[in-house]
Design a protein around this ligand. Structure first.
Ligand code: ARG
Length: 471
């Protein structure tokens, strides 16, 4: 027999129609205070709004409303001090708060449940929580974007190899590479903004699912809680968690962006690449190999993507076969959301610090940016400007590369006669194509890697970072 068998247990809100309380194992799987306690702030905010509405419709007197509001304030103080006295008989955060109010205020504590259900309460609580989480993540993304902008500014003019298939492709400015992350992250931030805008719909006054009979005004809750609008349908309001899925999808995509970044940092820090060194504060040593300097933080961030993707998949799977409206399966919505956001709260500052700490090696980067026939495309495009069809130019330059490879030289190591022999259009002017700086600066359209273009891009990137930071 469990200690939860008294049907009058105050922290469980549904004992009346049962002769006996739940079995111990049943209670254990159902109790949610260990995680839904994180929603106390949102739950109390909803209850305050409800107090005002209950007073407006005459269910609470002015004194009762004030007593309840005061009780809710004191309750919030206890939670803020991490001193709220949970009881083992509290089933969830809603039940715990009601039990406490009754203990503190007497019967009036029991008036607050009129016209509402835990179904509309929990949906509202989680929306409010997600709203704040979106704002917080957007600002953290802004911080990471800013770290990239600073690095891009500091290294403006440095060359780097641009890769496809992890094979050297064309030389770029290092800043162009770094700023690519600013725009990837900007879309990540945009997904959180979009999710926030769409979820900002009030669900309270939906009752269990069909609405309520007391005359509560859904718009009043929206106004008090800062929701943009009221959910159109009470059944949708209590049944839907696509808002949480959107937040998780945004989180998973962001985690994947961070993972790719982590991977690049790991590569850059190898002796094989040797492009960058991670600062001491973001490197770790080995317990056995004294010489080691490991990019653990970048690796951890890369590793964290797994769990955030898992959080998304977990909730998608939970929801996929649920009939309308509320099903208890929905209690499983909270932990994945909390976990994903907690993970981002760790990962974003850690990777931001890592990026800010990077010390790049100018010589290694410059050397790598011209190796591997990186200027072959430029040579082909030069032939195109001389009227050679690109298809043919591609063949010609392919032959040039083959010849250079045979001779063990780079493109600029071939003598003019050898070039002429391959094709008459390969004259002396073509030698001008064998310069990385020129190759970079020829790409001067708005999206290109030319110094002038990257300088302008840098200004736009700085604005994008600031808009998220100040969000
Ligand atoms: N703890 C529940 C949840 O997280 C609250 C809603 C309970 N509703 C119910 N009808 N049992 O979803």
């Amino acid at each position: 027999m469990s200690e939860h068998q008294d049907p009058t247990d105050a922290g469980r809100l549904w004992g009346g129609r049962f002769a006996a309380g739940p079995d111990e194992a049943a209670w254990a799987i159902g109790v949610s205070t260990s995680f839904d306690r994180h929603l106390w702030r949102q739950d109390l905010a909803g209850s305050r709004a409800h107090c005002h509405e209950l007073h407006r419709i005459g269910v609470l007197t002015g004194d009762e409303r004030d007593a309840l509001l005061d009780g809710l304030t004191r309750c919030g103080q206890l939670f803020a001090a991490e001193a709220f006295p949970f009881e083992p008989t509290d089933e969830d955060v809603h039940g715990a708060i009601e039990r406490w109010l009754v203990e503190e205020l007497g019967a009036v504590g029991g008036k607050l449940r009129a016209g509402r259900s835990r179904n509309d309460q929990i949906a509202s609580d989680l929306k409010l929580w997600c709203r704040d989480a979106c704002d917080e993540v957007v600002a953290l993304i802004g911080g990471l974007q800013q770290a990239f902008v600073e690095q891009a500014e500091t290294h403006l003019g440095w060359h780097a190899p641009g890769y496809t298939h992890l094979q050297r492709g064309q030389p770029v400015l290092l800043s162009h590479h770094l700023l690519a992350y600013v725009w990837m992250l900007d879309r990540d931030a945009g997904r959180f903004r979009d999710a926030r805008a769409r979820l900002n719909t009030s669900t309270l006054a939906s009752g269990a699912m069909a609405g309520q009979t007391l005359g509560l005004d859904p718009q009043a809750y929206a106004d008090q809680l800062g929701f943009d609008r009221v959910a159109e349908n009470s059944m949708d309001a209590v049944a839907s968690r696509d808002f949480a899925l959107e937040v998780l999808a945004a989180a998973a995509i962001l985690a994947v962006t961070l993972s790719r970044l982590g991977e690049e940092i790991v590569l850059w820090a190898t002796s094989e690449f040797g492009f960058a060194r991670v600062g001491d504060g973001f490197s770790t040593g080995s317990s056995i190999m004294p010489q080691k300097r490991n990019p653990d933080i970048a690796e951890l961030v890369r590793g964290k993507a797994g769990r955030v993707i898992g959080d998304l998949v977990a909730l998608l799977t939970t929801i996929k076969a649920l009939p309308l409206t509320y099903d208890r399966d929905l209690q499983e919505d909270k932990e994945p959301v909390f976990d994903a956001i907690a993970t981002l709260r760790l990962a974003l500052p850690a990777i931001t610090g890592t990026v800010a700490s990077l010390r790049f090696d100018r010589d290694r980067l410059a050397e790598a940016s011209v190796g591997g026939f990186a200027l072959a495309t430029d040579l082909a495009e030069e032939l195109v400007t001389r009227g050679v069809p690109f298809r043919e130019a591609h063949e010609i330059v392919g032959a040039v590369v083959r010849r250079a490879e045979e001779q063990g030289v780079d493109l600029d190591g071939l003598d003019p006669d050898a070039l002429q022999e391959i094709h008459p259009a390969l004259d002396a002017d073509v030698a001008a194509r064998f310069d990385a700086q020129e190759a970079i600066d020829r790409r001067d359209a708005v999206n290109g890697t030319a110094t002038v273009a990257v300088r302008a891009q840098l200004a736009r990137a700085r604005e994008a970072a600031a808009a998220n930071l100040e969000h």
